[in-house]
Design a protein. Structure first.
Length: 321
């Protein structure tokens, strides 16, 4: 025990006690500084730099950036306690550049995610829709009854066929199935593709206005057109082409600490399942997702993603590319 200025202390003992007191005080100050430093500096289980959230959106929509992708980026940034830049890639070249720069998170269609989820990225979550459409959609063929139901119209009637987009499995999964024939890649018989992997409405409007006889689209988009009376069941039929697909996937970089990925997944899974009271970013993200028809996210684990790859084995470039 250290005693300061006790009446019974003589000179030498008093000097030793004072020295020990100063040493104790110095140690206390050092511990205090270390504690303050731990609050300011990143902890060892956090990434040293924030990186970016890379979103593939060929529409280049500024409205989506403000309403959807920005709030989502802020939610993900909370998991790593680091700022995250938002990068929107409107082309494959821009998307590849963003991956080369080492994005921390990637939001993109499932068919595109399959090319890079592997060496550098892990599947983290998949979008969820409001009930009753909260299950994963299938890829479907909407066809003009008068033109007849044709097997593999992308191969036998390519000029009369339009595809929802060129990146999602809901649109392209029909020819990625085992044993399916690939469509013509170039020339006069090349397929027409829609511009938006998150909304196949443009393609369905072109179909119903008489531009095409066949459309490969997302089941939920087709159902919406039938229910709204835009497609009459007397004139149009629908056939299921694929098993359920993830549709829109969020990938996380493998370099992120496991704790950060886990926290990010938990926050994403909570979107739409709680009111987010007191957390503005969560409320903004939930409102923004609704703009795209999404209600939140479900966690996506690697075995589930491996099953997707087995269901659609064709046209999957090596994960390391």
């Amino acid at each position: 025990m250290i005693r300061l200025n006790s009446p019974r202390d003589n000179g030498p003992v008093k000097g030793v006690g004072l020295r020990d007191a100063w040493l104790t005080l110095g140690a206390f100050v050092l511990v205090l500084l270390l504690a303050l430093g731990a609050l300011v500096a990143p902890r060892g289980d956090r990434p040293a730099s924030g990186g970016s959230v890379l979103v593939f959106d060929p529409t280049g929509s500024g409205i989506r950036a403000d309403l959807v992708y920005g709030p989502l980026s802020r939610v993900l940034a909370e998991s790593g306690e680091q700022p995250l830049r938002l990068e929107i890639a409107a082309s494959i070249a821009e998307f590849r550049d963003g991956l080369t720069r080492g994005a921390a998170y990637v939001l993109c269609p499932d068919g595109l995610a399959g090319r890079w989820a592997g060496d550098a990225y892990l599947p983290l979550a998949v979008v969820r829709r409001s009930a009753p459409r909260n299950l994963r959609p299938r890829g479907v063929l909407v066809y003009r009854i008068g033109a007849g139901l044709v097997s593999e119209p992308w191969r036998h009637r390519p000029v009369a066929t339009v595809v929802g987009d060129s990146f999602s499995l809901a649109a392209t999964g029909a020819w990625r199935r085992p044993g399916a024939a690939l469509p013509p890649a170039t020339g006069d018989s090349a397929l027409a593709f829609g511009p938006d992997p998150y909304d196949h409405s443009p393609v369905l409007h072109a179909l119903r206005l008489g531009c095409f006889d066949y459309a490969l689209v997302r089941q939920w988009d087709a159902d919406r057109f039938f229910q709204a009376g835009l497609l009459s069941p007397l004139e149009w039929g629908m056939e299921i082409l694929t098993p359920p697909v993830p549709d829109v996937v969020l990938l996380a970089a493998r370099r992120l600490p496991a704790g950060v990925r886990l926290e990010a997944g938990e926050r994403l899974a909570g979107l739409g399942r709680s009111d987010g009271a007191g957390e503005t970013d969560l409320a903004d993200a939930r409102s923004g997702l609704a703009f795209l028809g999404f209600a939140g996210f479900n966690l996506l684990i690697e075995p589930d993603w491996d099953l997707v790859r087995r269901n659609f084995p064709q046209d999957w470039p090596a994960a390391s590319r």
